[in-house]
Design a protein around this ligand. Sequence first.
Ligand SMILES: [Zn+2]
Length: 634
Amino acid sequence: MTQTTSGAPKPATPTIIAQQQHVAETLPFADRQDFEDAHRGFIAALEPCVVRDENGRVVWDNDSYAFLAGDAPDSVNPSLWRQSQLNAIQGLFEVVPGLYQVRGLDGSVMSFIEGERGVIVVDPLVSKETATAAMALYRAHRGDRPVTGLVYTHCHPDHFGGARAVLDQADVDSGTVPVIAPAGFTEHAVSESVFAGTAMARRAGYMYGAVLDRGPRGQVGIGLAQTISTGAITFIPPTVDVTETGQELTVDGVRFVFQLAPDSEAPAEFQFLLPDFRALCMAENATHTLHNILTLRGAVVRDAHAWSKYITEAIDMFGDQTDVVFASHNWPTWGHDRAMKFLAEQRDLYGYLHDQTLRMLNQGMTGIEIAEVFQMPPALENAWHARGYYGSVSHNVKAIYQRYMGWYDGNPVNLWKHPPTEAGSRYLRYMGGADAVVAKAREDFAAGDFRWAAEVLSHVVFADPDHEDARELLADTLEQLGYGAENGTWRSSYLSGAHELRHGSFGTPTVTASPDMFAQLSAEQWFDALAIRVDGPRAWDENLTLRFDLTDLGQAYRVTLRNGVLSHTSSAAATDADVTLTLTMPALTALLAGQIPPEEFADAGIKLDGDAGVLGRLLGVLDEPDPDFAIVTP
Ligand SMILES: [Zn+2]
């Protein structure tokens, strides 16, 4: 990729400045309750709030957000600025006596529930290093309590990645400390990083703005938190599954009542009441932002309808026993009445999005049309926690359309469109060539129509990626869209696009798949993971059959490559094979991870019977995913 000469971020244009002023004048900035809540119960801060890994590399630096003081600068939407100020408040806080939180030490919040003998930890942050810092901060002020339980509210890495800072291997081996999670947790935790992991990680680099400088013209926060730490993601599998709503557990003398919420913010998630504390944990289903029905990094579309109903169920089941509601992001809400108002508004937020999108799509509107006219009721529009800092009304509405209707909007014109490069060259031919388009786009940029300027300039860049003026103006345009965005992930995405147009690809700055997680893959998941790496055209003349006898599991699989498809079965009848490998599951994991070359098979305890060349032919048709694929350029 070629690089443009200039590179520094530019100032906000008058259009954006006027837009920011409008936001400052129309939203209820005089309401400072959230600041009171985000500071309430403060015990101590981590100073400096910088966490390093064992090699001294900084994996978390909350102090880099010290610029978030005073009123918003022209280049940041005042509403996002306010949210970032709140999320950057860090330290150890008391929620109620015996219940504590460490906030601002990572992209999520870690909670501590004190029991009779020790402390139960809920959601140990993203990485081992930040979780270690959080444990130390907690213990410095609450004593050196042993960990008597570990709870994962759901299967996203920001809720389990620091597990090995909480429990050591002896705890895990002895099994004396329960590790509690919703049913389906491990399968979902690992499956996301297997199938689409490479593409999601590349796109996550955009939405989190990992390579952007922190500052008024750079990354200011992602709405749900400030950013994600970049330390070691670890994994300890759960030992206790919560399988039904209403299930109760007593851990270290602390009573939990669970409510399962599958297919809400995560495929495996639960909420729980601590009746003795009159505290309700909503996991990630009621936070101080409109959340994502479909996250910008990509995911399976979530169910807004179910999400809303789980909040209703929580109010019904736990409402009269709740005096404070907390989550694994942002700050708690205290007082029964305020907590119930908060939950009711969160429920209505997801319910309204769902129902109105369906109403409008049944009138024939498409996702892009619904998003353009969709308006939240005034009460939700003015509730800070319901604003779109992480999810947005615009992209959530399109996600709900997608969940029910798919990618196709029903207009056959859109059935068979040219891809971006081919379309771009044709647009340019009709519009008088690249220079003419750039000249017109410059007028739209000056007039503040950044959405349109971005669209036409993208046609130029895809048709003619070396057109310097087009690239530069597209970067400037995306930058203005970023400055104006209330949503933290939109801002990061726009500014990341501008960054790549100016400086070239930054690839995938943060890799989330870790060895601990790969060790959790089942044989089936490994074969599935291999299957999606088979280069179809290269493999479609191959006809191979391999048998894997897993001695430690007492299980056998037959894997067949035919017509470019790698399929597997554990059927007892499927015995014939070109080659049979007899090995253990850890050896299979190492073999398929490419860690054992054939000459070391014997040493690794792998026995091979039959045509030895078959394994090599299978590995030979596997493709490597590309963590550096282009996004804003062809
Ligand atoms: Zn989370």
